[in-house]
Design a protein around this ligand. Structure first.
Ligand SMILES: NC(=O)C1=CN([C@@H]2O[C@H](COP(=O)(O)OP(=O)(O)OC[C@H]3O[C@@H](n4cnc5c(N)ncnc54)[C@H](O)[C@@H]3O)[C@@H](O)[C@H]2O)C=CC1
Ligand SMILES: CC(=O)C(=O)O
Length: 373
């Protein structure tokens, strides 16, 4: 198969969908890889390293996009929709529940849209989301700590406190991969940490992992209201796979937080869990203030630590790319139920239920469509 790797164009998105090691793996299996010139520079990979691994360097995005399968990191931006065409296999993060225009473009152009974030194993884990959630979770705590500093617009709180002065309070809403990693770093910083989740089993696991260094709370409006009101930093880390994030923190709850408090809504890529995270921010301009509270809502947080993130992402995506390239997407997805769950759009149909529900669109069962091919 011919695989194209365009350079990412989102603000400060320095990750790339393939490392030279990934190229070598695909080349060894007989595939051709076309990498846009300088696509890997932000992650520390030069064109020469890709060439040594067997890639062809192409001078523009169009040449990368004209290949049979395109691998990216972030969802395509409107200026990339132009490259869509029937039968193109697009393997990347898509976050379609928060992207009505992109969903429409993929349907209209009959693109085979395979989303990293909905590939799901039998145990419900999301193997192609996990490493980036680990990165974003760890970053969330350190970013929150930074924006609590006075020169950064915060209330001037040191999360660790000092002897004789109380520690800062952090509430993490959603105790999955992002939440666990955010908690790990917040505990390391010395904060007083509370994790809120809806799943009692998950709360038990978190209690086993962290013991008395965290408080756990069942997710309900009353607990969230109280925890948010008492917190210096609130981190949004809820996910319902494929669906728009539930708005768990109301405008009134944010209004009740003291000035200079901080919100880091990691779940913004699925629309965000705060009623007040009504926009996506960028690494260039990462926060805005509403009701005196700083809101950080960057949808590509791992793009700021591209070396770590690119290697972490491609460690998990390349084995799936190899299956798609070796067998073609129909056979690969019929053979592998986890990969099949990644297909969000096919032949002009929406094939992921939560995405269809988010946009009030008709849902078509992917297995039947694949079997009829
Ligand atoms: N902004 C960024 O750059 C990045 C954003 N993310 C996003 O972060 C979000 C979280 O991802 P993961 O931690 O990997 O998901 P996950 O599936 O590991 O964890 C989600 C957690 O939310 C909990 N949950 C569901 N409904 C809830 C409710 N009503 N109240 C409280 N908890 C609830 C689940 O029980 C689960 O423990 C996703 O939207 C993901 O796409 C991930 C990486 C980077
Ligand atoms: C998951 C995601 O949105 C990211 O890594 O940018």
């Amino acid at each position: 198969m011919r695989i194209g790797v365009p350079k990412e164009i989102k603000n400060n998105e320095n990750r790339v969908a393939m490392t030279p090691a990934g190229v070598l793996t695909l080349r060894t299996a007989g595939h051709e890889v076309f990498v846009e010139s300088d696509a890997g520079l932000g992650s520390g990979f030069a064109d020469e390293q890709y060439q040594e691994a067997g890639a062809q360097i192409v001078s523009n995005a169009a040449e990368a996009w004209e290949q049979e399968m395109v691998m990216k990191v972030k969802e395509p931006l409107p200026e990339e929709y132009y490259f869509f065409r029937a039968g193109l296999i697009l393997f990347t993060y898509l976050h379609l529940a928060a992207e009505p225009e992109l969903t429409k473009a993929l349907i209209d152009k009959k693109v085979v849209g395979i989303a990293y974030e909905t590939v799901q194993l039998e145990n419900k884990s999301l193997p192609l989301l996990t490493p980036m959630s680990e990165v974003a979770g760890r970053m969330a705590a350190q970013i929150g700590a930074q924006f609590l500093e006075k020169p950064k617009g915060g209330k001037g709180i040191l999360l660790a406190g000092i002897p004789g002065v109380e520690r800062g309070k952090v509430t993490v809403i959603g105790g999955g991969v992002v939440g666990t990693n955010a908690a790990k770093i917040a505990i390391g910083l010395g904060a007083d940490v509370t994790i809120v989740d809806l799943n009692p089993e998950r709360l038990r696991e978190l209690d086993d992992i962290f013991g008395s260094s965290i408080n756990t709370l069942m997710s309900n409006p009353m607990n969230i209201k109280e925890a948010v009101a008492e917190s210096d930093l609130v981190i949004g880390a809820v996910l319902i796979p494929g669906a728009k994030a539930p708005r768990l923190v109301t405008e009134e709850m944010v209004e009740a937080m003291p000035d200079g408090s901080v919100i880091v809504d990691v779940a913004i890529d699925q629309g965000g869990i705060f009623e007040t995270t009504d926009r996506i921010t960028t690494h260039d301009n990462p926060t805005y203030t509403k009701y005196g509270v700083q809101h950080y809502a960057v949808a590509n947080m791992p793009g700021a630590v591209p070396r770590t993130s690119t290697i972490g992402l491609t460690n998990v995506t390349v084995p799936y790319a190899l299956q798609l390239a070796n067998k073609g997407y129909v056979e690969a997805c019929l053979d592998n139920a986890a990969l099949r769950k990644g297909i969000n759009t096919l032949d002009g149909f929406v094939t992921y239920k939560a995405v269809a529900e988010s946009h009030d669109l008709h849902y078509d069962e992917v297995e039947t469509l694949l079997q009829n091919k």
